[in-house]
Design a protein around this ligand. Sequence first.
Ligand code: PLP
Length: 395
Amino acid sequence: MDRALREELQSLRARDLYRELRWVEGAQGPTVRWRGREVILLAGNNYLGLADHPRVKEAAARAAREFGTSASASRLISGSMELHRALEEKLARFKGTEEALVFGSGYLANLGLIGALVGPGDAVFSDALNHASIVDGCRLSRAEVRVFPHKDLGALEEALEGARASRRKLIAVDGLFSMDGDLAPLDRLVPLARRQGAWLVVDEAHATGCLGPGGRGAAAHFGVAAEVEVLMGTLGKALGAYGAFVCGSKTLVEYLVNRARSFIFSTALPPPVLAAAIAALEVIEEEPERLAALRGNADYFREGLASLGLNFLGSLSQILPILVGRAPDALAMASELLDAGVFLLAIRPPTVPEGTSRLRASVMATHSRAHLDRALEAIGKAARKVGLGGGALRA
Ligand SMILES: *Cc1c(COP(=O)(O)O)cnc(C)c1O
């Protein structure tokens, strides 16, 4: 077996598509320690700095002492604990829905909910840049999968019209796309779905805590949260914990409890994680200055990239891609930046389309302006080495 696997790995290396783990030391802050050196972290999703917030950490520690470290069974066996209920009530209030249901992770939530809502004979419509967990959820559902070009609502509407005979039609999109940092046009997508009799799932993994009033997400940003049937989001990014949720009607939650296999057949989230997420939601409500700092830093960094002449694909969010083009150039830049004390990742195919390899920078509320200035300077230098920037915007 190893020989066959090594051959495949070798071919990944030859195509500059090989991936390896990097071990960071210490907690996930605005900087992390890497090989004993402090580096500015622009690769994580701890957007509000809650993964290392004293109150969030204390809540997790206290929950471990009071409730133990594990739920030890799935929710439908004996794993439903009072903290699950407390978190679900809090999430439903935060998102303004009737109810919420917590899942083990975002990956599990998308697998479970898509497979529960559609099946053979149904059709699911998925944006070409959706997260892999939506892609896999669509595949696993065994519904007919129709991938539409990124944010192309004309193509989506055409595909929906062609599928009118189907029993159920489900549209799934990222609210805030994880690799491009742009938003799904939910203001136009919601009426389209309504018109076509389709249900809508919005994945708010990167939007929760970051977009919309009070960080309520992309659907709230567009003022359409009440009209989206399924609001999914995660606890492991801005909320500084782990796991995921689905917010929607009481009936939706009741249905998922009965039908979502990744909910039914997986151990419930453990108490420290639940308590951390609850505390994080409290901090978000009580410290709105965190969200303001995130937005201020994102604006500052975006302006910095623009003045370096770099193409950030028009992103208006805290996720700022830096388009490089060729995978080897993106890798060379990422490696040089790490040497210069800036940790961001080269994103290559198959995660993004061929020829659009990029660096993905994600800004945090807890970065100082000095962090961002240092990062911008290093990025400018690395970009010039591969012939990017300096005013020459590339499409
Ligand atoms: C991270 C992410 C997920 C997966 O969530 P996990 O909790 O990490 O499994 C799902 N959807 C999107 C858009 C994501 O960015």
